[in-house]
Design a protein around this ligand. Structure first.
Ligand code: NDP
Length: 591
């Protein structure tokens, strides 16, 4: 160990590799159970009753937007700003909000500063009440956006899209839903979410549990009580220790008789330091403050330079440090050493907070900082000092078995009244399975077929073979830790393309094969580092449970400068030639 470092890089490398090997499983993504068949009810909507009957929709709109979370809302906002009136948001939820509609578990909050995460604050004259807003405040903001921009009008809520089919005869999409709708749209924009379909662990015996069970994204307040008061005499088990679990564990522990937290891999848990918004500061914010703050955050968290750090939190400090060390290059592995140093700090925090040494040891993460979503919390680790909480560590192997009455680890059964799955969401499964609908493009080809050998797009939004369709996702799109930023970049772009097409009588636009191939090529060239990282990282959804390969990499971010992706799209719009898109015109302009 070099005294100047305070840790032994060689020993850490070996430890990380050993921990990763222990977690690798031959079944990879297949280890999870789809929320279908006998497990279908895990995805039921707990927030709304059966939908009110309505007549099937058979009309026509200019734009159908699938998904009414931030992606769909922002697309609607940007279209409204450009004067597009006939648009329809469609969502299986009973309200807008997406992630913030479904996820209402106790303790839910955003891990990115609300002043940069919550879009359109200046436009709506709203300043969040605290630095890291809680879920209900963000959900309310989604509704505020929908009201302000009149996006509830014509929306089809509690409506699940089943199929979207291109009708080449009149260049329209036909949207079919579970409500018997078959309406037409000139354009479709798919903003149906990156991580939204809950998944369950394929633990033997999962179907036999006779106690109460639910997934964190469908919290059962009827069972727990609105303030969790009904858990007072219950033995509760929670499987999973990712970003969701970190937020809800302290609340569960405070409410139930006994909480058993079943851990496979610990999260990194850094300081949160939330604070209420200072009223004087809020009142003093100058015009344009939010855009400047978002760009400053984006710059610092994506490796750029800035004179000041407006957000000044754990995200900006760690990314600044990691990128700076890499650039200053105190040796080829300066970035790795900075990462080790950060992780030593994270592990040191566990020792400072958790009193039982065995529990503290089990809570220490042994992997690179960005191998999993970093977490920030000031009560999570402290919870393991409580008498009514047990950490059941599975040393990377996962829960062995679920019985009728509890959960088995190391041959010991932990009897439970209630079992909560904080096991995350499907990533890397087939697009149509995840979205719940089939997109059938020109020539009757589905998006699943088109992407069988890897995602291909132009600019991360257009797909050859799918005219007038747009995909909002992280695949082949600019890197960020602040998703609404990316969604707004894409929404602005998609809205511009649609508005221009409607104005200028474009009947069809579709990515050229060559332009698409050039974009895919750029994504591949820029993502070589992601391959190395994914291969050395502990398994998780980021690296498809350790099975990350070139096909997966093709669906990764378009890595570049902090605002390079946004700038590139803006220049493309400025040029105004629809470069890379095949265009078929009609004489009919917008009705
Ligand atoms: P994750 O996929 O991050 O976590 C799932 C957890 O389940 C992991 O700890 C995983 O362990 C564990 N698990 C899976 N199978 C088993 C098993 N067989 N036995 C034991 N444990 C098992 O899901 P989350 O819902 O926590 O988070 C998903 C994402 O949502 C986050 O990464 C983040 O992007 C987002 N999020 C954002 C928040 C925000 O503040 N903005 C808050 C919450 C979530 P292992 O690690 O070993 O795979």
């Amino acid at each position: 160990m070099g005294p100047e470092l305070g840790f032994d890089p060689e020993a850490l490398r070996a430890k990380y590799a050993a921990e990763r090997r222990r977690r690798l499983r031959p079944d990879g993504l297949a280890q999870y159970v789809e929320v279908a068949g006998a497990f279908r009810h895990f995805a039921d909507d707990p927030w709304a009753g059966p939908p009110a009957p309505r007549a099937p929709l058979t009309d026509e709109v200019d734009v159908a937007i699938v998904g009414a979370g931030f992606g769909g809302l922002l697309t609607g906002v940007r279209l409204r700003e450009l004067g597009v009136r006939r648009l329809r948001l469609i969502d299986k939820a009973a309200d807008v909000g997406g992630t913030w509609y479904w996820n209402r578990y106790p303790g839910i909050a955003c891990d990115v500063e609300s002043y940069v995460y919550m879009p359109l604050l200046e436009e709506l004259g709203y300043v969040p009440t605290e630095k890291y807003a809680k879920g209900p405040e963000i959900f309310a903001h989604c509704r505020r956006i929908a009201e302000h921009y009149d996006l509830y009008r014509d929306a089809a809520l509690q409506t699940e899209v089943r199929r979207i089919r291109w009708d080449a005869a009149d260049s329209r999409w036909i949207i079919s839903t579970d409500r018997g709708d078959a309406f037409r749209a000139r354009f479709v924009s798919m903003a149906n979410g990156y991580i939204q379909r809950p998944k369950l662990p394929g633990i033997p015996g999962i179907e036999t549990f006779t106690g109460h069970a639910f997934h964190t994204s469908r919290w059962d307040y009827a069972y727990t009580g609105p303030g969790l008061e009904k858990l007072a005499d219950r033995r509760v088990g929670l499987i999973g220790t990712g970003a969701t679990a970190v937020q809800c564990v302290p609340h569960l522990a405070a409410a139930c008789a006994h909480l058993s937290v079943f851990q496979r891999t610990p999260s990194t848990v850094d300081v949160r330091a939330n604070a209420p918004t200072d009223a004087q500061w809020a009142a003093s914010l100058p015009e344009g403050w939010q855009r400047r703050r978002i760009e400053n955050f984006q710059t610092l968290t994506a490796g750029g330079d800035a004179d000041e750090d407006l957000v000044a939190d754990a995200w900006t400090s760690i990314t600044k440090k990691l990128f700076l060390m890499r650039r200053q290059d105190g040796g080829a592995n300066a970035g790795e050493l900075a990462d080790f140093a950060k992780m030593e700090e994270i592990r040191g925090r566990v020792d400072e907070i958790v009193s039982d040494p065995a529990t503290a040891a089990a809570l220490k993460p042994w992997y690179g900082y960005f191998c999993k979503r970093p977490c920030f919390h000031d009560e999570y680790l402290q919870t393991f000092n409580r008498d009514n909480v047990s950490l059941v560590d599975t040393r990377g192997l996962g829960v062995k078995r679920i019985t009728e009455t509890g959960v088995v680890v190391d041959g010991v059964e932990h009897p439970l009244d209630c079992l909560i799955f904080a096991t995350g969401f499907e990533v890397g499964t087939d697009y149509c399975r995840r979205s719940g609908f089939t997109l059938i493009g020109r020539d009757g080809r589905t998006l699943t077929d088109a992407w069988r050998d890897g995602v291909h797009t132009l600019h991360g939004v257009h797909v050859h073979g799918f005219p007038n369709a747009f995909v909002l996702s992280i695949a082949q799109s600019g890197f960020t830790v602040n998703f609404p930023y990316l969604l707004d970049v894409q929404a602005t772009h998609v809205a511009w393309v649609i508005a221009r097409a409607l104005e200028s009588g474009v009947a069809e636009l579709e990515a050229d094969v060559d332009a698409e191939a050039a974009w895919v090529d750029q994504v591949m060239r820029r993502s070589t580092a992601s391959l190395d990282r994914a291969r050395s990282c502990t398994p998780g959804y980021y690296n498809r449970e350790g099975s990350y390969d070139d096909t997966t990499r093709q669906g990764s971010f378009f890595y570049g400068g902090p605002t390079e992706y946004a700038d590139l799209l803006a220049s493309w719009r400025e040029e105004g030639t629809f470069a890379g898109l095949g265009i078929r015109r009609t004489s009919a302009a917008r009705s």
